[in-house]
Write a protein that binds this ligand. Structure first.
Ligand code: FEO
Length: 172
């Protein structure tokens, strides 16, 4: 059984994952309108992954005797300026999500809820991979600079940059 405090903290994370899905969906739509097909597909996929993160939490809360609550969400931005700025925002957003997962893990330790602590290790590992992915992409963007041909190739290849490939590329 979840304590009220853990249940509340998990529900707050459900909202964050749902908002993350909306943020990336908005990025996908912006990129699609700009003709950045590959970047757009990457963001649509990322949005789906965030929804999966949210659903996994909802199921866990309900299975442990809590009530996963679905709340209204903060509206994401509509415009992102340049694709470079957009990927910087993606990185910053993942850092924010990692912090919130860490805070959540801390709550489970204080509440001596080792089952939830164990469940959350999946999210801890996922955040390491997501941060590595975002850093890999930012490094590639820095290499491209303002080169149009580079952007063309980046847009074509970004769909192949997966969480797994970024994790194995990441510097120690
Ligand atoms: Fe669900 Fe990108 O963190």
């Amino acid at each position: 059984m979840l304590s009220k405090r853990v249940e509340k903290a998990l529900n707050a994370q459900i909202k964050i994952e749902a908002e993350s899905s909306q943020v990336y969906l908005s990025m996908a739509s912006w990129a699609e309108v700009k003709g950045l097909e590959g970047i757009s597909q990457f963001m649509y996929k990322h949005s789906d992954e965030e929804r999966m993160h949210m659903l996994k939490l909802i199921k866990f809360v309900n299975e442990r005797g809590g009530h996963a609550t679905i709340s209204d969400l903060k509206a994401p931005k509509i415009n992102f300026g340049t694709f470079q700025k957009m990927f910087q925002e993606l990185y910053d957003h993942e850092i924010f999500v990692s912090k919130s997962i860490n805070d959540l893990v801390h709550v489970t330790l204080e509440e001596k809820d080792y089952a939830t602590h164990n469940f959350l290790q999946w999210y801890v590992a996922e955040q390491i991979e997501e941060e590595a992915l975002a850093r890999t992409i930012l490094d590639k963007i820095n290499l491209i600079g303002n080169d149009k041909g580079g952007l063309y190739l980046f847009d074509r290849d970004v769909q192949q940059i997966t969480v797994e490939s970024a994790a194995s590329d990441a510097p120690e």
